[in-house]
Design a protein around this ligand. Structure first.
Ligand SMILES: *Cc1c(COP(=O)(O)O)cnc(C)c1O
Length: 396
């Protein structure tokens, strides 16, 4: 595997040189005002990236999965009912976590490739007159299938049903890459990790809580210690953690937020859309289909590409790694062997994306798929030439 090549997995993503340096720092006293100068701006930066005025941001050593657990254990009690749709591997794993914590999950089975069905959420919430459902779970961007869902529509479903359940959103592969509106969408807990849109190494679980979610902690009885947000808040008040924080990563997170906010979130989102559209143009030119079933649900951070019947898509990922030193994502769960994934989030330029598209073409041609070399590259080049904005700096 060449470390010169960018990765095209949908996380961990490519780390800009500037952020690698920001993570690499000498030891400081992690219970000191000096640490506070890293911690507080990082939390504030995350809040702004969430497009929120009010979210309380809690950051744990961990990953996105730890963020899921933070959401559940701080707000719910054993036996509580939650509502979730399953449309891919990540929504599936969050449901599995709920079940292992003794929650009663009503699962809306959804085709892998479709978005979350807001109408089904609304029906179930409307029928729940006793308000037994305490939380509604939604995976904003299902990374396994490359499907984005409409969180504003879920918010409307809750409101139309007049239902007080909390709204938890997994934004692990959307936050800091795709439009994500904590306040406008009335989100109660948002979850992400450091290694996707924030372009950092893995190691941080990043969460935002609404006041309503913080209120819910008062009656929530699920056991929690490491992920207790009140212990964390007490630590923050003293420029510290309840335990040892990942100082270098937090310094990186502070810098990542500065990068994103100085680029401007709208520009960050537009850049992801543009790059994604180039990848999708290539997929069309190859004559292949996306797993995502319609343009409204196309993800701007990852494309899951269906390969022809009878062909094992995992071979593409293996061959790319072995022969060209390039990493793509495999299919997971129900779509294992049926799709391969091109991750296109985080620190990525048109030129980097073209190298991934070109590699995928070589791999598919090597494996005997009927792909004309250059066809997808040309389609993406046309798109990038037609839509290019200001000259892009190399992954600075
Ligand atoms: C990557 C990912 C996760 C899991 O995050 P980890 O950081 O690997 O724990 C959860 N949800 C989605 C949508 C993801 O893309």
């Amino acid at each position: 595997m060449s470390f010169q090549n960018p990765v095209f997995i949908p996380g961990p993503t490519n780390i800009p040189e500037r952020l690698r340096k920001a993570c690499d720092m000498p030891t400081i006293d992690h219970r000191s005002p000096l640490f506070g100068q890293i911690l507080h701006p990082a939390r504030d930066g995350v809040r702004r990236v969430l497009q929120s005025q009010t979210a309380e941001v809690y950051i744990f050593p961990g990953t996105g999965t730890a963020g899921w657990e933070t959401a559940l254990t701080n707000t719910l009690s054993p036996g509580d009912h939650v509502l979730a749709a399953r449309n891919g591997m990540f929504s599936h794993r969050w449901i599995d976590m709920c079940q292992r914590h003794g929650l009663q999950v009503t699962v809306i089975e959804t085709a892998w490739g479709d978005g979350l069905p807001a109408d089904r959420y609304e029906e179930i919430l409307t029928a729940d007159k006793a308000h037994r459902i305490k939380a509604v779970l939604a995976t904003h961007n299902e990374t396994a299938t490359g499907v984005k869902s409409d969180i504003a529509a879920l918010r409307r479903a809750l409101d139309t049903a007049g239902h007080p359940a909390l709204l938890f959103v997994d934004g692990v592969s959307s936050i800091a890459s795709m439009d994500f509106r904590f306040d406008d969408w009335g989100i109660d807990v948002a979850v992400t990790g450091s290694q996707k849109g924030f372009m950092l190494p893995p190691g941080l679980a990043i969460t935002g809580f609404s006041q309503k979610a913080i209120e819910a902690t008062r009656t929530a009885k699920l056991p929690r210690t490491y992920f207790d947000i009140h212990d964390m808040a007490k630590g923050y008040a003293n420029n510290a953690y309840p335990y040892t924080p990942a100082v270098g990563l937090l310094n990186g997170l502070n810098d990542a937020c500065q990068m994103l906010l100085s680029e401007g979130l709208e520009n960050v989102f537009a850049r992801h859309t543009r790059i994604a559209e180039g990848v999708r143009a290539a997929v069309r030119a190859w004559g292949l289909d996306l797993c995502a079933t319609s343009p409204e649900v196309y993800s701007d951070t990852v494309s899951a590409i269906r390969t022809p019947e009878g062909f094992n898509a995992t071979r593409i990922v293996e061959h790319a790694a072995q022969t060209y030193g390039v990493a793509f994502g495999t299919g997971l769960g129900e779509v294992a062997g049926k799709v391969f994934r091109i991750g296109h989030l985080g620190s990525l330029t048109d030129v980097m994306a073209l190298s991934g598209i070109a590699t995928a073409e070589m791999v598919m041609a090597d494996l005997g798929l009927p792909i004309a070399l250059g066809s997808g590259v040309a389609a993406a080049q046309e798109h990038y030439r037609a839509t290019r904005a200001a000259p892009q700096r190399a992954a600075a």
